[in-house]
Design a protein around this ligand. Structure first.
Ligand code: ZN
Length: 294
């Protein structure tokens, strides 16, 4: 796990340097980066050195993450939340072992913990990892904490995608985005497989595309990340096609550009909470096929 403070993105670093700490941050992006940065950031908030975490002061020794205790969203097989290391003022919430959700009980437990006075009178902070896995109830409970944050308290939401979060939750957070490493993304087997399927889209029949879209049937929170990946991969795939086409100066890329703008619309639609991910995929795939047929 990275503890190199130099890795923290600029907004977090600036917050620490200026001492102007917001009450909520939303860190989003692929892989482990958002959670690693969240951990680093909350540890830096309690570190006694200016450029923490220094790993040497008493707070850093307390907040040093050991083997994490598995959580349980029902609070029966394990705790609802845990401390970071054994630091009394740092909390960590994530999905319980084997559960698909961050439960409302976990958010309520966090709220209670944050309303108790800080042990040292200093800053308190909590990380909600897996923030995209909060259902609406849990998000509404979280919203109440965001609306009236206890003094000296900072919440850090870490998520692969912010799309599943309520707009009211998102708007109360300082956003920090982590970009996918393009080199790593090209190596990603899921994206490689998607591109291969897209290569065959011109000869695919409509029923085949509908079957493809049906793979994204199901609860929004579970499928939305996959749809985002598909739309992103499709945009890159289109970009490469346009780049190939414009090498031939006589090429007309109007249809490709139409498909591009449909993909953008699809992304916007997907970010609305009542959007049906399967239908978004249907629209995107049909537009992509259309663009290859002319
Ligand atoms: Zn320290």
């Amino acid at each position: 796990m990275s503890t190199a403070s130099g890795d923290s993105p600029i907004l977090l670093r600036r917050s620490l340097e200026s001492g102007r700490i917001h009450s909520a941050y939303l860190l989003s992006g692929p892989g482990a980066a958002p959670q690693d940065a969240a951990l680093d950031f909350v540890r830096a908030l309690v570190c006694r050195q200016p450029d923490g975490p220094c790993e040497e002061c008493v707070d850093c020794r307390r907040s040093s993450p050991g083997e994490p205790i598995p959580l349980d969203g029902a609070g029966s097989k394990g705790p609802l939340l845990r401390h970071v290391g054994d630091h009394a003022d740092l909390f960590w919430v994530e999905r319980g072992e084997g559960s698909t959700r961050v439960s409302i009980r976990q958010i309520r437990a966090l709220q209670n913990a944050l309303h108790l006075r800080s042990t040292e009178g200093g800053r308190r902070a909590a990380v909600i990892a897996d923030a995209e896995w909060m259902n609406q109830e849990a998000q509404n409970a979280l919203l109440r904490i965001l609306e009236e944050p206890p003094p000296q308290t900072t919440l850090v939401l870490a998520t692969a995608t912010a799309t599943g979060l309520l707009t009211t939750v998102r708007s109360r957070c300082q956003r920090v985005r982590f970009e996918a490493d393009p080199a790593a993304a090209q190596q990603d087997p899921e994206r490689i497989a998607m591109r291969a399927r897209l290569d065959g889209i011109a000869t695919a029949g409509i029923p085949e595309l509908l079957d493809w879209a049906a793979e994204y049937r199901g609860a929004r929170a579970t499928v939305v990340g996959g749809v985002e990946t598909l739309l992103e991969t499709a945009s890159l795939w289109m970009r490469d096609r346009v780049a190939d086409a414009v090498r031939d100066t006589a090429a007309n890329v109007t249809h490709e550009l139409d498909a591009f703008s449909t993909l953008n619309d699809c992304r916007k639609t997907l970010s609305q909470r009542n959007a049906n991910p399967q239908m978004v995929v249907e629209r995107a795939l049909l537009a992509l096929r259309e663009s290859t047929l002319r």
